[in-house]
Design a protein around this ligand. Structure first.
Ligand SMILES: [Zn+2]
Ligand SMILES: [Zn+2]
Length: 258
């Protein structure tokens, strides 16, 4: 069984928990940590977990909303960290108690969870996203990518759960208060997915097995919950009740696959 929850998602901080099995003692991976140690501790408590019980921290890329809390949390609780060499090389704080390098084209395991990384087009040194599996069910995660590549589609085909970026509404971004340079960065090929791109990605995927779809990294300034929900529904041709969103403040509560 794969169980997953979010501590929060958005430009102010991201962290997702993925765990295996039914017991509290099983493998527990924290994917990214864009929050302070204090924040992580209190957000974990809301999900009925402790930082002591985290097996590993895995990092997608070096942007501060994904990495700012990693070093301190890893040192305080002696948690090993997995990341690509490019992410490590471009990060300020890499004083981890234990460092493991990811080849973003090579699968690996952390205890009883299988990780399948894949590179994504994003403006970081060597960013990757993941499919997590217990050997039975697959959870695909794709946030922080500016465009959809055939490779990304291939990796996310036939997953059982999908956490997918719905970052911005194009009209809101271009008519909003962001400086021109930032608008170009966000909407560029190595920026973030807008609602329409998320629709396109979903329409390109085989989704017969998909049981959970959650919109991630939703911009608080350049998107609305209604637009993001509408995009996921359009992409899957389903009712609004079948999709949900992760929030910046609360993430989302535990879900399970298998
Ligand atoms: Zn991000
Ligand atoms: Zn990023």
């Amino acid at each position: 069984m794969i169980r997953f929850a979010s501590l929060g998602s958005g430009s102010k901080g991201n962290a997702t928990l993925i765990e295996s099995g039914v017991k509290e003692s099983d493998t527990r991976i924290l994917l990214d940590c864009g929050f302070s140690t204090k924040e992580v501790e209190s957000r974990l408590a809301k999900l009925d977990r402790t930082a002591e019980s985290i097996t590993a921290i895995v990092i997608t890329h070096e942007h501060s909303d994904h990495i700012i809390g990693v070093g301190r949390l890893a040192r305080k609780y002696k948690i090993p960290v997995w990341l690509t060499h490019g992410t490590w090389d471009n990060s300020k704080d890499t004083d981890f108690p234990e460092t493991h390098f990811i080849n973003s084209h090579e699968d690996f395991e952390i205890d009883d969870i299988f990780l399948h990384p894949f590179p994504v087009p994003h403006d970081a040194r060597e960013p990757c996203q993941f499919v997590f599996s217990d050997g039975v069910s697959k959870l695909g995660i794709a946030t922080d990518l500016g465009s959809i590549t055939p490779h990304v589609i291939e990796q996310l085909d036939n997953v059982d759960g999908l956490l997918l970026e719905c970052n911005y509404d194009s009209h809101m971004l271009h008519n909003g208060a962001y400086p021109q340079k930032l608008k170009q960065r966000v909407s560029g090929n190595r920026g973030h997915l807008d609602n329409k791109q998320s629709v396109q990605l979903l329409q390109s995927l085989k989704v017969d097995k998909l049981k959970h779809i959650i919109g991630m990294h939703v911009s608080e300034k350049n998107n609305t919950e209604d637009y993001a929900i509408e995009a996921l529904c359009d992409g899957l041709n389903c009712e609004a009740g079948a999709v949900s969103l992760a929030s910046q403040v609360d993430g989302f509560a535990w879900r399970e696959l298998g």
